[in-house]
Design a protein around this ligand. Structure first.
Ligand SMILES: [Zn+2]
Length: 314
């Protein structure tokens, strides 16, 4: 659907074309065949860094497994799934290998945020890169069993680690984060983190705690960070956010109070904005140059849906 803002942009890291083919993961023979498939392609990732071959108009982040091995030894190799029958993998590199690649003229080594915002690789690669980055990060932090301390072993194509000593099976985790726009009629609540670019205002956000519903987390975080009490909460959309292993749960919330008390350890500032002002921020026409996050982030979509009157609690 389009509007006065133009066609709706794609939400970053979503709509993966890869079929995860989870049923193949425990099948060692199938995994072996897939890794020897000459059509197999792999993304090469070292922590926050994504490796791509420099190319025009967009860089090429897919390597053959043989080419990936020439870039450095794998910390782990993870099976991401099948793209029209062609296997896709994630290949982890150690920090020393990444540092060596940074000086090569034929390779681009960039962080995923820059790649996504600047469109340094084709958009279709972003979801599998996000998948690979998050699961490789999980491996890097689970080399030892949290139960008994023994070294764990990668199994099931990288979707499980087993402890040979106490026999515990460990599965990759994702951490839910609620991100919400509280509104009261024609006003919405935006905040600024000290980490933001100086002009940017965005939704409030925070981790969901154990034993908490998304709705309760939205109400708690909005009260803790800005002193605003919320009533109804409506789910909007979700987005994988591999920094390092989050899942953003986008919501709109009905604000019941107006007096803001900013938690300075969390936020630099928070205030109410009118719909007209937020519209100028979305369109990059705000008189003081204030902005909302870029369209790769779910916050952009949450804010835009409210400005376009798709959401209301009246
Ligand atoms: Zn153990």
């Amino acid at each position: 659907m389009s509007s006065r803002f133009g066609p709706k942009p794609r939400l970053g890291y979503t709509d993966s074309r890869i079929e995860r083919a989870a049923e193949l993961r425990p099948d060692n023979a199938a995994m072996d065949t897939l890794t020897r498939d000459p059509r197999a392609g792999t993304y090469v990732i070292g922590g926050e860094w994504i490796v791509a071959r420099k190319n025009s108009p967009a860089n090429e982040p897919l390597f053959s497994l043989a080419d990936a091995k020439t870039l450095g030894p794998a910390t782990e190799t993870v099976f991401l799934g099948l793209l029209e029958g062609t296997p896709r993998f994630g290949y982890g590199l150690a920090p020393a290998s990444i540092e060596a690649l940074k000086s090569r003229n034929d390779m681009q080594v960039a962080d995923l945020r820059s790649i996504a915002v600047q469109g340094l690789v084709a958009a279709e690669h972003l979801p599998p890169i996000a998948e690979a980055k998050a699961v490789l990060h999980w491996h890097a932090r689970h080399r030892f069993c949290p139960n008994c301390g023994a070294a764990t072993r990668l199994v099931h194509g990288g979707w499980r680690r087993d402890c040979p000593q106490c026999k515990t099976e460990h599965f990759p985790r994702t951490d839910p984060v609620v991100i919400m726009l509280a509104s009261d009629g024609d006003s919405c609540l935006l905040g600024r983190s000290p980490r933001f670019a100086p002009t940017m205002w965005s939704c409030l956000a925070g981790y969901v705690e154990p034993g908490e519903s998304f709705e309760d987390a939205v109400r708690r975080e909005t009260r803790e960070e800005a002193g605003i009490t919320c009533g109804r909460v409506a789910y909007f959309a979700s987005q994988p956010w591999p920094f390092p292993t989050s899942l953003m749960i986008g919501c709109h919330a009905q604000a019941l109070t107006r007096e803001i008390v900013v938690a300075r350890e969390e936020l630099e500032d928070a205030r109410w904005f009118s719909k007209a002002e937020v519209e100028t921020m979305l369109m990059r026409k705000h008189p003081q140059g204030m902005t909302t996050p870029p369209s790769v982030a779910i916050a952009h979509h949450i804010i835009r849906a409210w400005v376009e009157d798709e959401i209301g609690f009246e």
